[in-house]
Design a binder for this molecule. Structure first.
Ligand SMILES: *Cc1c(COP(=O)(O)O)cnc(C)c1O
Length: 378
């Protein structure tokens, strides 16, 4: 009998989610408005300590709304982290603006402050002030926000903080998503908590969040009929999704704990293995360890290379995946400007994400361990 597939990161429901859905049905709030939406927004705002939150139907939509509110338009430059999921940067293209990609630094794998400043100066010299910076906290490890915020403030460029993978992560106790002008979250099915699909826009600017809600509702003006003066979108979250979200947020702490335990589990397995590295947490940084990733230094360990290792796991019905392929290497963005060196390219070549769900059972972990050991002992 084929054993069941062990997934990279699958949904993990608590006990309240289904009760909340039943309540939504019982009260017939099966719509993109309703009490769970208000509740979820309030709880997210309390959790992140950002004054206002608007939930939407994806993290990508939240980034798009942030760009609209910052009035990013045709030919405007937006500085984006190259090493990320494409949902970070595609909204720039939706606005017919120009994404310019920035390399990562080695310590957190996120936006390199020096490369960021170089890119800003390059554009200022051409008389073009970048309209926004989109920084990402990849795999749950916070970016160097102190350095990045100092640069952004110096040149007065607003930050959109993509915390899609980093709900539960902090720097000196302050939540990821609370550092920028805007923070965005994702509740896609593979994230640390999920609403099946969804996202949120966070900001301390009340007007901005009011405007986001307006744009997410087809920019419908106040009138008895349907009146529209500007372009909007249908980006609202369903009350059913929000009902799931309210339950999921209650168990976030447990989910972070379980994912951090996964990370320790892998650190133990690879403890004595030459050439295998993990992402460390710099002083004061706390990661939700959304995905556990390893970097394989091939010259140090010629028997261990990412792709044969991935295939070996796959034969054992265990899912693993290369790290994000940088945006400046994507065919879609081949003509985009890029600032930095080879850090993100090398991460892509050397890295692998391992199964990291908070719902991994001890039997599954045993299977993973055996499979890794059998590859290492070859
Ligand atoms: C998941 C993710 C997004 C987009 O979220 P969706 O809800 O899938 O649209 C954006 N950025 C990063 C880094 C992500 O991992």
């Amino acid at each position: 009998m084929q054993e069941e597939k062990i997934l990279l990161s699958s949904p993990h429901m608590g006990t309240e989610e289904i009760k909340n859905i039943q309540e939504a049905f019982a009260t017939n709030w099966v719509a993109p408005v309703g009490p769970f939406i208000n509740q979820f927004e309030k709880n997210l705002s309390e959790y992140t300590q950002v004054k206002h939150a608007a939930v939407v139907n994806s993290g990508t939509a939240a980034i798009h709304l942030a760009l609209r509110i910052l009035e990013v338009g045709p030919d405007d430059v937006v500085l984006c982290q190259s090493f990320t999921f494409i949902g970070s940067s595609n909204p720039v293209t939706y606005q017919n603006a120009v994404p310019v990609f920035i390399d990562s630094e080695k310590e957190t794998w996120n936006m390199c402050p020096e490369a960021l400043e170089t890119a800003i100066k390059y554009h200022l010299n051409k008389g073009k002030t970048p309209k926004a910076i989109i920084v990402v906290h990849l795999y749950g490890v916070p970016a160097k926000m102190k350095e990045i915020t100092a640069i952004a403030d110096r040149y007065e460029i607003p930050i959109i903080e993509d915390a899609a993978e980093a709900l539960g992560s902090t720097i000196d106790g302050k939540a990821c998503g609370s550092f920028g002008k805007f923070g965005i979250l994702s509740f896609n099915g593979n994230k640390i908590i999920t609403t099946s699909g969804g996202g949120a826009l966070l900001s301390n600017d009340e007007n901005a969040i009011t405007q986001a809600r307006f744009l997410a509702t087809q920019a419908k003006d106040t009138a008895p009929h349907y009146e529209h003066s500007i372009l909007g979108y249908n980006y609202r979250m369903s009350n059913i999704s929000a009902a799931i979200g309210v339950g999921q947020l209650q168990v976030l702490k447990d989910r972070v704990k379980a994912r951090r335990e996964n990370h320790d589990f892998y650190k133990k397995i690879f403890g004595g293995v030459e050439g295998v590295e993990f992402l460390k947490e710099p002083q004061g940084f706390y990661s939700n360890r959304w995905l556990s990733c390893i970097l394989i230094d091939q010259p140090k360990n010629p028997n261990l290379s990412p792709e044969p290792f991935r295939k070996h796991l796959e034969r054992n019905n265990i899912e693993s995946r290369p790290l994000w392929k940088p945006m400046h290497m994507q065919p879609l963005y081949k003509d985009a400007l890029y600032f930095g060196g080879k850090v993100s390219e090398q991460l892509f070549q050397k890295g692998l994400c391992l199964p990291s769900g908070s719902n991994l059972t001890s039997d599954e972990k045993e299977r993973i361990k055996k499979s890794i050991h059998s590859f290492l002992s070859k």
